[in-house]
Write a protein that binds this ligand. Sequence first.
Ligand SMILES: Cc1cc2nc3c(=O)[nH]c(=O)nc-3n(C[C@H](O)[C@H](O)[C@H](O)COP(=O)(O)OP(=O)(O)OC[C@H]3O[C@@H](n4cnc5c(N)ncnc54)[C@H](O)[C@@H]3O)c2cc1C
Length: 427
Amino acid sequence: MADHAVVVIGTGPVGLSIAFELATRGIDVAVVEAVTVGSGAARRNAGWVVPIMAAPVPAPGVVGKAARWMFDPTSPLRVAPDLDPRHIAFMIGMLRASSPRRFEHGLAAVGALAEGTLDLFDAYAGRGVDFEMHRDGVLLAFTSHGEFEAHVKEYLDAARVAGLSTPELLDAAGVREAEPGLADSVVAGILCPDQMHLNPDSYVDGLRSAITELGVPVLEGTSVTGLSVASDGITLSSSHGSMSALQVVVAAGVGSARIVASAGQRLPLRFGKGYGYDLATPPVPLRRAVYLAEAKVAVTPLNDGMRLAGTMEFGGDPDRVDLRRAAGIITSSRPYFEGGIDTDRAPWAGLRPMTPDGLPVIGRMRRAPGVIVATGHAMLGVTLAPRTGQLVADLVEDRQPPELAPFAVERFEWGHAARPPANEVAN
Ligand SMILES: Cc1cc2nc3c(=O)[nH]c(=O)nc-3n(C[C@H](O)[C@H](O)[C@H](O)COP(=O)(O)OP(=O)(O)OC[C@H]3O[C@@H](n4cnc5c(N)ncnc54)[C@H](O)[C@@H]3O)c2cc1C
């Protein structure tokens, strides 16, 4: 007999939300974590719940922009010169996914996945998950009219596909009224009143307490090294011996590729490194989360200070903290605040699980149906976690939610890559 009906690997927002959903449905589930709960990007993010930002990273023009910024040590986006063939293949895959058609397809798929996610966070709070949540909206702040014009359509489209209220377009005076602490250099804004943010630490800790209360065992310090699939279940090998389950959910962030490879599935998952700073004293009080659009920095006001997060770095050494690039977050943020901004705090780094087409991977492995994969949430792992939890729980209960079609595990294989997405066939 298997040790558990389901074992979830990984305790980021995705793995914890899946475990919470399964346990709530009365399913016997255990969780394994290589280090301690929330050791990946779970605590190292901006904490935004932003279906309005459903646009996939591979957007038209983005790879060219990254190439232009390649030798700028402080740019918000960087592709490291890395000769690893997997890195090169990934970047080519991203380039191919950056066509306007694929971008629109991705935006629609992620927008649909994000639909209803804001309410799910309220539902979590109602179901006893205790975390710091701020339902004050998000303001996108622009210092250039050109950048504002270039992005308005993207956000209006995202609002439409994710079923959100239409964002409010603000001129300089409107921005000042909404956020008096922002500098006069901010000339335009997009106010998204129904978006929200949370404190990432409190979310991870709240979910951990909730699943513990529901009786879910959480095995920390247990790194899964491989899956062995048989007709009557799956054996997980780990740094602490083995265990068995009828079904396994791989939600191990950037560590997922190695685990699914042991079950015969190639997943072109790479990290997208980001940096952040935690300021004990905010430079100005903010009423809501603010995105510094040209700097590409997310500013998150929290009960105990303010967090700044940004940058996206592909390739290179995952463990290296590039102090110059991290410092670019502070220098590029200065023009947005009256009186500027500074810190003597050290930056932190987090690794986003990225796929070449910018979409998550959520589904059963066809060649090992007992294995479900839930990763690749890129810049939206917090935002999409509760919805992913619901859909994965549906898979565990043997339902196949139709909205998961764009996120199939096998879509990067040759046969799949050649096949256009269904909505492109009709065009
Ligand atoms: C700077 C930055 C800002 C961000 N801001 C936002 C934001 O505002 N909103 C948003 O929605 N998203 C944001 N993100 C993205 C978000 O943090 C990620 O998408 C999310 O953390 C991914 O969740 P996950 O559960 O898939 O993986 P992770 O959070 O990375 O968790 C994976 C877990 O699996 C464990 N693990 C790995 N390998 C193994 C193994 N072999 N055995 C056992 N356990 C293993 C790891 O230790 C880790 O704890 C941001 C990310 C960064 C870096």
